[in-house]
Design a protein around this ligand. Structure first.
Ligand code: DON
Length: 539
């Protein structure tokens, strides 16, 4: 059979929550395509994973349309309010005010997810929102059951949630974390979703909900205006694309740094025969390419509508050749800069899902409200938990955010600007098949994609990509963070001898969701990260 005409023998969805995976499959069974299922999965996750993503946040939906091979990245990233300015989070002495970009209304960017979902449904889907939002609305009305994961996330953000009475009444019970099995209902969110079904984007960005959002934000010290909401537009952008050992990688473009950093790492690695080295040397090389790619991230990347970036150069094989040349096999290259403050997040908040339908359409989407439970703030009457994505801007050059990431001018705050992201929804195509993958995990997202793609290249299926033990370097802080099991005792000794600072993590991180269509075998498989509570289903 000709490759172009080939169709997958089954559809697959992998997401961070079983209710979202199942609702997505129901939409496919009802005649929807992968894009309709993506609307449904996004909307259900907004209800059942309130700590990860939602209508008060944003994200990136990477799309592949089978009938003509068209690929695009739907950018529903939040924007800075129009009244924002570069020193928004600094005091009179020019120092960053702790937590101001993390907790409460000033931390929230203008949400992009509602507009992006409507765009996705209208331009690429074939079912009405009434149908694709139905599961989310039902779950918001009827409730979902609190699990251990919810409790851990709520514990993390308990103080912030307690500060917003409307957040506390939604997500806590008498000011405390609800018990496992508690049925959590969100009637006001259900009404907001119903308004979107009736009125489209106006249901969120103008009218009653918009007024309540702006009033709530302003009463809580925020600076949103009705104009901010009315002006918000999702944008379709060309994904970034590159090659690695016979595979074509298609990934997120700015304002995500994901695709650029991922390709830069792979380009550098293509200069080494990775399998020809002892395992400790192989890991050393991975660490060194991570270091170099994240250095460029901090220097160059930001919102393409505001800054000129040398993207072509950064993802060019010849540029990588220069960077690879100064990697030494016998020692670590120091990052040579002051240490940044310790990381605050080892989380699995933010969410990713991967979809393949029977026509061959694909969606890789990573969605976020940033920190667990975002800003912890719900504007009264809306049921919408707001993001704290403003922390993804560089509050001051050289001062790190919650993920320890630094940045400069390119990612400084400006009115209407999108904050730089690490979210990396990705497709990988080889002569054998097509992979759809991604994960949450803040700054560590991009190196998780690297581990996943190397596992794929080594012949592993989705089970292997999502399970591979992870380690990470991001230039600054100059340390290798690693999950238990990622480095053997001998490797720890060898890497320490090369000059690496090793930092064992207390908890695992990431929540990768992968789908694979093996065209040679005519099979479809999917896997959900064993670290999370998600579900992958092939039907
Ligand atoms: O856009 C970003 O890069 C972040 N807001 C993602 C946050 C995240 O993945 C949190 N997970 N631990």
């Amino acid at each position: 059979m000709a490759a172009a005409a080939q169709k997958p023998p089954a559809a697959a969805i992998a997401s961070a929550h079983p209710l979202a995976t199942q609702a997505g499959h129901e939409i496919l069974a009802a005649g929807g395509n992968a894009f309709d299922a993506a609307v449904t999965v996004s909307a259900v996750l907004a209800v059942v994973e309130p700590y990860s993503s939602g209508m008060g946040g944003g994200g990136f939906w990477l799309l592949h349309r089978a009938k003509d091979g068209f690929e695009t990245m739907l950018d529903g990233r939040e924007r800075a309010p129009l009244a924002a300015h570069r020193d928004l989070f600094l005091n009179n002495q020019g120092e960053v005010i702790p937590n101001l970009s993390i907790n409460g209304a000033l931390a929230a960017g203008i949400p992009g997810q509602p507009a992006a979902l409507i765009h996705l449904a209208e331009k690429y889907g074939r079912l009405p929102l009434k149908q694709t939002f139905a599961a989310a609305i039902r779950l918001a009305h009827e409730g979902f059951l609190v699990d251990d994961h919810y409790r851990r996330m709520a514990q993390w953000r308990l103080d912030a949630l307690r500060q917003s009475p409307s957040a506390a009444s939604l997500f806590l019970v008498d000011g405390d974390i609800p018990q496992v099995g508690h049925n959590l209902r969100q009637p006001e969110l259900a009404k907001t979703l119903e308004l979107m079904v009736e009125q489209g984007r106006d249901g969120f960005y103008t009218g009653r909900v918009a007024q309540q959002l702006v009033a709530g934000v302003r009463a809580n010290g925020g600076i949103w205006t009705l104009d901010d909401l009315a002006q918000y537009q999702p944008v379709e952008r060309a994904p970034v694309r590159g090659e690695y050992r016979g595979m074509t990688i298609t990934s997120a473009a700015p304002p995500s740094s994901g695709g650029v950093v991922l390709l830069a790492m792979l380009n550098m690695l293509s200069h080494f025969d990775l399998d020809g080295y002892p395992e400790a040397t192989r890991k050393h090389l991975l660490i060194e390419v991570m270091r170099r790619a994240y250095r460029d991230r901090a220097e160059y990347l930001g919102d393409p509508d505001f800054v000129d970036m040398p993207i072509e150069q950064l993802i060019h094989p010849l540029y990588a050749a220069g960077l690879a040349r100064d990697i030494r096999l016998d020692r670590a290259t120091p990052s040579k800069a002051p240490r940044t403050k310790p990381l605050m997040s080892e989380g699995r908040d933010t969410t990713h899902f991967s979809i393949l339908d029977r026509e061959g359409n694909r969606v890789a989407a990573t969605l976020s409200i940033n920190y667990p439970f975002g800003s912890g703030f719900v504007p009264p009457g809306t049921g919408v938990l707001l993001n704290d994505e403003m922390d993804d801007f560089s509050a001051r050059p050289g001062v790190s955010n919650v993920y320890g990431l630094i940045g400069g001018e390119a990612n400084a705050i400006a009115p209407g600007k999108r904050m730089l992201s690490s979210m990396t929804p990705t497709f990988v195509e080889s002569a054998e098949g097509v992979a759809v993958l991604g994960t949450p995990g803040g700054s560590r997202i991009i190196t998780m994609l690297l581990h996943g793609i190397l596992a794929l290249q080594a012949g592993g299926g989705p089970d292997a990509w999502v399970a591979v033990p992870r380690f990470h370097h991001q230039y600054l802080p100059d340390e290798v963070q690693f999950e238990s099991g990622a480095l053997t005792a001998d490797e720890i000794t060898a890497l320490t001898r090369l000059g690496h600072q090793l930092k064992p993590l207390k908890r695992s991180y990431g929540n990768m969701q992968g789908v694979y269509w093996n065209k040679n075998k005519g099979s479809v498989s999917a896997a959900s990260d064993p670290r999370g509570v998600g579900q992958a289903l092939v039907r």
